[in-house]
Write a protein that binds this ligand. Structure first.
Ligand code: UTP
Length: 271
């Protein structure tokens, strides 16, 4: 069973400047609710019991959001507002399941993942990238059932436009399992349009094996001088670890760019 999830939150969020110069993008409201709460709800509904947030000093605001008990208690004492009581109970529920670890410098997603090494208990864990919202269908839940069926690692995927390939990890298919699930042959981080092996992009949901930590600790910085989780995944694939690409059913919203962030509020308002 997959019971633990990790969420890297220590990036700089440069694509959402100037908002991110003083604010954590994961707390920005999307249709009135912080983006990170959609991600936590997805975890809870997928049966996750513990979530590890990887933050930095600059992102302490995220911890404060969940640890503001005195503020809520004082307000609730003065104003017996049912809405506030309900919101506080929700925050408490989230807080109970979150652990925080720190990444001092934004050296890449792979380095962020490595910070969770000593907290991961089981053979596999879930990772969610909070810029990627998937609505209408619980992507993590369907990936967990694929993982159970095939006892392997799984990554969410979708086809993207050729002109956009350099924004994603792009993979080649070794073998089709069925209409929506594929065994991955190789994966490259943000390839150029020319060198991209396909239009199959990895979206921010991963079921990863604990063995990935061994690879991460040996990894040298790759493109953009960052340590990429994709490079560690490729070295596991090279050792015949099976990774399945899972084309999910839900609606994908990219909240990491200004245009995408604005659009995500409009789309969620329609649901
Ligand atoms: P991205 O590189 O896509 O986003 O990282 P970013 O760094 O937040 O924002 P931009 O690109 O500057 O606009 C994907 C995820 O990995 C986390 C980010 O917080 C984001 O959720 N991350 C990235 C880390 O936790 N640590 C890092 O060193 C890099």
């Amino acid at each position: 069973m997959i019971k633990q999830a990790i969420i890297p939150l220590a990036g700089l969020g440069t694509r959402l400047l100037p908002l991110t110069s003083v604010f954590a993008k994961e707390l920005l409201p999307i249709n009135g609710k912080p983006g990170i709460e959609y991600i936590l709800d997805e975890c809870i509904n997928a049966g996750i019991k513990e979530v590890i947030f990887i933050i930095s000093k600059k992102k302490l605001m995220i911890k404060n959001y969940f640890y503001n008990d005195k503020f809520y208690k004082d307000i609730i004492k003065k104003k017996k507002d049912q809405r506030i009581i309900k919101e506080y109970k929700k925050i408490l529920k989230y807080k109970k399941m979150i652990k925080f670890v720190f990444q001092e410098k934004p050296l890449g997603t792979g380095d962020a993942v490595l910070k969770t090494k000593k907290f991961i208990k089981d053979k596999y864990f879930l990772m969610l990238l909070p810029d990627d919202l998937i609505m209408k269908s619980n992507c993590s839940k369907s990936m967990i059932s694929i993982h159970k069926k095939y006892n392997s690692s799984v990554m969410a995927s979708m086809k993207v436009n050729k002109k956009d390939v350099s924004r994603w990890g792009i993979y080649n298919i070794k073998k089709n399992i069925d209409k929506n699930n594929f065994i991955i042959k190789n994966v490259v981080e943000k390839p150029s349009i020319k060198s991209a092996p396909s239009k199959n992009a990895v979206i921010g949901r991963y079921i990863l094996p604990k063995t990935i930590f061994k690879k991460l600790s040996k990894l040298k910085p790759g493109s953009g001088k960052e340590i990429h989780i994709t490079d560690a995944i490729q070295s596991l694939i090279d050792e015949n670890y099976r990774f399945i690409g899972h084309n999910f059913n839900g609606k994908y919203l990219d909240c990491g760019t200004m245009k995408g962030y604005i659009n995500s509020t409009l789309e969620i308002a329609k649901i």
